[in-house]
Unconditional design. Structure first.
Length: 349
């Protein structure tokens, strides 16, 4: 009897785990398609007084799908002098980093793959794995442009991971927990009071952590190597940098990794600063809470992503020295000041 119950539990756990893995794996291309179509193909087009792709599906909605099919049909080429094993594994390492990010992001009261007590620590740790994949791609390609792009990316990501982490510390101090679900709960209980005159319901930590939010979003822009932080893939200099020698589905993996990570970082920013799936006066448990949570979180992700891509389409590229100076001389000191201010207000008030 006990053995049968154990077998049932193991089977159930296996099916639940497989379902969670399948959902996360589906989220990566779905998020990449949504952001790529809405912002890369349509928002940028309309900002530049163009229509964008219009022929593939209604309003061009299937353009990226057909592009993906095209990449899958292309020949998988390895440069003659490349390290074939490392060259082949590099896009998978980048995709693995993106996959692991989704594991701890809650999309509803019960919709989270794994509610870790140290969820934000886990998310920030696995997001840095992409640096390894980029370095692998640059080094193994046997191409000087790829190597330069990989080294630029490593220096940039290491520099901007520091303000990214430090911006999150302010939220952790204010919430008193490292759990992402716990941070959402702390924001739900946080009401803004203006000198005792009136109180407004929770709108997250956006106002008290405004400077932390700005620093976090700038660091996210750099982590995604998007303009004005796109030196690692500078087309005019490095011919796409560490991706120069990649073709077919391996290049597609890099594309999905970039935009899938952008979607995940949008969810992370929404969870940390905008209340995540929570909304005042809504459903906060059960099936309705989960459905509402998905809609609310998705809306916040699209708002955050709009500003990420707006910056991408607006500002020119930094020089390498400007890029590093901005991180070390400005963002890191400001993020430390934000931590100090948060700690003081936490103790005093």
């Amino acid at each position: 009897m006990i053995a049968a119950l154990v077998a049932v539990d193991v089977t159930t756990y296996g099916w639940v785990t497989a379902l969670k893995v399948g959902v996360v794996l589906a989220l990566i291309p779905a998020g990449a398609l949504i952001l790529g179509y809405v912002f890369l193909m349509k928002m940028m087009s309309h900002m530049q007084s163009r229509l964008g792709p219009m022929e593939a599906g209604p309003h061009g909605v299937l353009q990226l799908v057909f592009d993906g099919i095209k990449f899958l049909q292309k020949e998988d080429i390895f440069p003659d002098r490349s390290d074939r094993r490392v060259f082949a594994l590099a896009p998978l390492v980048v995709m693995l980093s993106t996959f692991l990010l989704y594991i701890v992001i809650p999309a509803g009261p019960r919709l989270v793959v794994e509610d870790l007590d140290t969820g934000i620590f886990f998310a920030l740790a696995v997001s840095s794995l992409s640096v390894i994949g980029i370095l692998m791609a640059g080094w193994s390609s046997a191409n000087k442009f790829s190597l330069m792009g990989g080294l630029r990316a490593a220096g940039q990501l290491i520099a901007y991971e520091l303000p990214l982490v430090l911006a999150v510390v302010g939220v952790v101090i204010q919430a008193g927990t490292l759990s992402l679900q716990g941070i959402v709960g702390a924001q739900a209980a946080f009401d803004m009071s203006f000198f005792g005159l009136f109180t407004i319901p929770s709108i997250g930590y956006f106002i008290p952590q405004f400077f932390g939010f700005i620093i976090f979003m700038i660091a996210v822009q750099a982590e995604l190597t998007q303009t004005p932080f796109d030196m690692p893939v500078a087309e005019s200099e490095l011919v796409a940098g560490f991706m120069t020698e990649y073709t077919g589905f391996r290049f597609l993996f890099f594309f999905m990794g970039e935009f899938g990570t952008a979607f995940a970082f949008g969810a992370l920013a929404s969870t940390l600063f905008l209340g995540g799936w929570y909304i005042p006066f809504g459903f906060h448990d059960g099936l309705l809470g989960d459905l509402q949570g998905v809609i609310v979180l998705f809306t916040k992700i699209m708002i955050v992503s709009f500003f990420v891509f707006w910056v991408r389409f607006t500002y020119p590229r930094f020089r390498e020295d400007q890029l590093q100076t901005f991180a070390w001389k400005w963002l890191i000191p400001l993020s430390l000041l934000n931590i100090l201010a948060t700690a003081v207000f936490k103790v005093v008030f």
